[in-house]
Design a protein around this ligand. Structure first.
Ligand code: GH3
Ligand code: MG
Ligand code: MG
Length: 439
């Protein structure tokens, strides 16, 4: 969030500073400030004024009215220039300074510059609304970024057609850079909605914008620079485009593989987190959440396949005393030891879970009441051999589908009531099903 704000402010301040320097250049006839590289096209004085307004609109975007007003003014510069191009003189070209450097339309910003100011204003107005129109803001800003990116590449590659042409209508180098910065600022500022709303740091959807996009934009641009300006530029005229194609294929393959590796790792981390969320950290058994899910699933299956299903609740007897007499760590060791012992004894298709505290549950699919009772007794007797506390006892309560209940909740409450009876009967025993009431 802070990085975002910093970036937006940086864009606004960088553009405003450039505009001030250019105006200073016009005031003092400093060609370098007007053109960056003497001999290139100048940034016109009215362009610099419009940039000041547009950067103000970005910097003060939280003050919606001020921001909208500044954006409208900046856009008006573009709009009026386009009207002038249509042949209606509005004297915008001579605003502030007279331009002695161009003869055809002295002081007039390029067509593409004027169009960009209109687009930029639209994007900023859309973003400053009470309910921002993110998609409009992002589409307009993206068009500005595209055309200014083209212009900058034109200068880098020495291809004037990319930044306009060889005459007065071209976009100056720093004009391109300012548009790129402002459009990036607007894109970042609008990233909580619209097309860019999926960008969240650290999530799967952030992989493409964080890795693929910067690399996908920067590396082909550099490859282009290397091939067009580097040692190959003098060779066969078809060699340069061919090299660009081949190098870009290599780049895209590498980026594709890299993205796939990152997505795979994230998927693994997600699966691991999901697995851990179903495991009890002390005993490494399934936890209550996993028990609930399994129970629901097994009930549906038992009903569908007309199979029995037993659920056993096992509760350590007088566990509080162990804690009180031997300490909590000893109590924990007993729970771990019981879990490990029981886990060894059950079938693969059974699920043993720690329900909470010193209470465990076993879900035994396809197991009728007698079979379930035998399992409960086996586990109960095994408990006394617990090495962490030999002689410990456990009470069990059991319920079987469908006789004791047809839903997960009903089954569990019958098993729990049976457990209560086992405790009442003196502990260290198993009770099953509903209580038999005398008629
Ligand atoms: P009963 O025979 O009626 O089941 O008596 P009990 O003492 O086993 O039952 P009670 O519910 O009174 O006490 C359970 C104790 O289990 C109380 C609680 O402090 C302890 N306990 C719960 N979770 C843990 C745990 O993770 N580790 C340890 N060491 N103790 C736990
Ligand atoms: Mg207990
Ligand atoms: Mg208990």
């Amino acid at each position: 969030m802070l990085r975002k704000l910093f970036f937006i402010r940086f864009c606004a301040i960088a553009v405003a500073s450039t505009a001030v320097l250019v105006l200073y250049g016009w005031a003092t006839h400093n060609l370098e400030l007007m053109t960056v590289v003497p001999g290139f096209i100048t940034m016109k004085a009215n362009t610099a004024v419009a940039f000041l307004l547009a950067s103000l609109a970005l910097f003060l975007r939280r003050y919606r009215n001020v921001s909208t007003a500044a954006a409208i003014l900046a856009g008006t510069f573009g709009l009026l220039t386009l009207v002038e191009y249509l042949g209606m003189p509005l004297h915008l070209d001579e605003l502030l300074f007279r331009d002695p450097y161009s003869t055809v339309f002295p002081g007039r910003m390029a067509h593409i510059t004027a169009i960009n100011f209109v687009l930029l204003a639209l994007s900023q107005i859309a973003l400053s609304r009470k309910r921002p129109m993110f998609r409009v803001a992002q589409s307009c800003a993206a068009l500005v970024a595209l055309s200014s990116g083209f212009a900058i590449l034109g200068y880098l590659y020495g291809v004037p057609l990319l930044y306009g042409s060889l005459h007065y209508t071209a976009m100056a180098l720093h004009t391109g850079a300012c548009f790129l910065l402002l459009s990036m600022g607007v894109l970042v500022a609008s990233s909580e909605g619209g097309f860019l709303s999926t960008i969240r740091t650290g999530t799967v959807s952030s992989v493409v914008p964080e890795i693929f996009l910067p690399a996908g934009i920067l590396i082909p641009s550099l490859i282009g620079l290397l091939v067009m300006r580097g040692p190959f530029s003098d060779l066969d005229p078809k060699l340069a485009p061919a090299l660009i194609v081949v190098l870009n294929i290599v780049l895209f393959v590498l980026l594709g593989v890299r993205t796939s590796v990152i997505l795979h790792r994230m998927e693994e981390a997600r699966e691991n987190a999901e697995r851990l969320s179903n495991i009890d950290p002390l005993t490494q058994l399934a936890n209550r959440r996993a028990f609930d899910a399994t129970m629901k699933f097994e009930i549906v299956r038992a009903r569908r396949l007309k199979l029995p299903l037993s659920v056993i609740v096992l509760d350590v007897d007088r566990f509080k005393q162990i804690n009180d007499q031997h300490g909590h760590a000893q109590g924990d060791a007993v729970l771990k030891s019981l879990a490990a012992m029981w886990k060894n004894e059950i079938r693969e298709i059974d699920l043993l879970a720690r329900f909470g505290g010193e209470e465990f549950v076993l879900v035994a699919p396809g197991t009728p009441a007698d079979g379930g009772f035998a399992v409960a007794e086996k586990l109960r007797k095994l408990a006394s051999r617990c090495d962490a506390h030999p002689g410990i006892t456990v009470s069990c309560g059991m319920a079987t589908f469908p006789a004791d209940g047809e839903s997960s909740e009903e089954m569990f409450s019958v098993a729990d009531a049976a457990l209560y009876r086992a405790k009442a009967a003196g502990r260290n025993c198993t009770e099953r099903g509903r209580a038999v009431t005398a008629i």
